[in-house]
Design a binder for this molecule. Structure first.
Ligand code: ADP
Ligand code: ADP
Length: 226
């Protein structure tokens, strides 16, 4: 687990208006931070700069107190949970969770230990031999998070993970993600343009507008303001 600190982060694509314009934000160890704002305000760009999928034009990005501006994604030890969960349909739940460890050529017994531990936490123990097609949406989400957990990532990053789901499943998933994040206590940054998600999921909400921070507040403070 780690804090994420942004100091005067700027992202300039070409010579237009900066997509992210002097953003400074501290996300505490274990905190659940929501990034919200209208389309085009810079949410995804900011998230991608945290992960390292986008270069930072100026400013400093610190993860666990360490400057990561020049670190490749694989060296940042973060985990991005994708919208479509990116599960492999031909693999079992076990193999889906184990996948990043196999890539890293981890010994079998260590893989087994970590997958067992993760599937305990995620209540997936009875489903390890199933294929993704035979799981509920909530179970699939948990498999995706399992893959992040076994890598022992410092933080979870979500980019609008629920935007393709229908309203009912979206509600279930909100509950699921919130429960898991609290159980694991892992630093989380969650991008959405959905007001309900913004107001129910996070410890704090960062409202972006045209590449700048408009406000950072708890959901309660946002709700109670005139
Ligand atoms: P959001 O996630 O809030 O919808 P984005 O971070 O995707 O916003 O985009 C912020 C701004 O940067 C937008 O004006 C968008 O058009 C621009 N932008 C995003 N990605 C690129 C890119 N690869 N090249 C040029 N401009 C981009
Ligand atoms: P390879 O270099 O083996 O083809 P990638 O470049 O896709 O693999 O990823 C290498 C490592 O970079 C991953 O194991 C992961 O740690 C990190 N990484 C890549 N993309 C992401 C992402 N979207 N979120 C988090 N980490 C990522």
């Amino acid at each position: 687990m780690a804090s994420i600190e942004m100091r005067n982060i700027v992202k300039q694509y070409g010579d237009g208006y900066p997509a992210v314009n002097d953003v400074s934000l501290d996300i505490a160890d274990g905190e659940f931070m929501i990034l919200v704002g209208p389309s085009g305000c810079g949410k995804s760009t900011l998230l991608r700069m945290i992960v390292g999928l986008e270069d930072i034009t100026s400013g400093d990005m610190l993860i666990g107190g360490k400057r990561v501006n020049d670190l490749a994604p694989r060296d940042r030890n973060l985990s991005m949970v994708f919208q479509n969960y990116a599960l492999y349909p031909h693999m079992t739940v076990y193999e889906n969770i184990a996948f990043p460890l196999r890539l890293a050529k981890m010994p079998d017994d260590e893989v087994r230990r970590r997958v067992t531990e993760a599937s305990d936490v995620l209540e997936l123990k009875d489903h390890l031999e199933r294929k993704p097609a035979n799981l509920s949406g909530g179970q699939r989400q948990r498999v995706a998070m399992g893959r992040a957990i076994v890598r022992q990532a410092e933080a979870f990053l979500f980019d609008e993970p629920l935007s393709n789901l229908d309203a009912k499943l979206r509600g279930q998933m909100r509950t699921e993600i919130s429960r898991l994040q609290r159980r694991l206590g892992i630093t989380t940054v969650y991008v959405t343009h959905d007001q309900t998600e913004a107001m129910t999921l996070g410890d704090r909400v960062c409202v972006l507008r045209k590449g700048k921070i408009q406000q950072v507040a708890s959901p309660r403070e946002l709700y109670e303001q005139p």
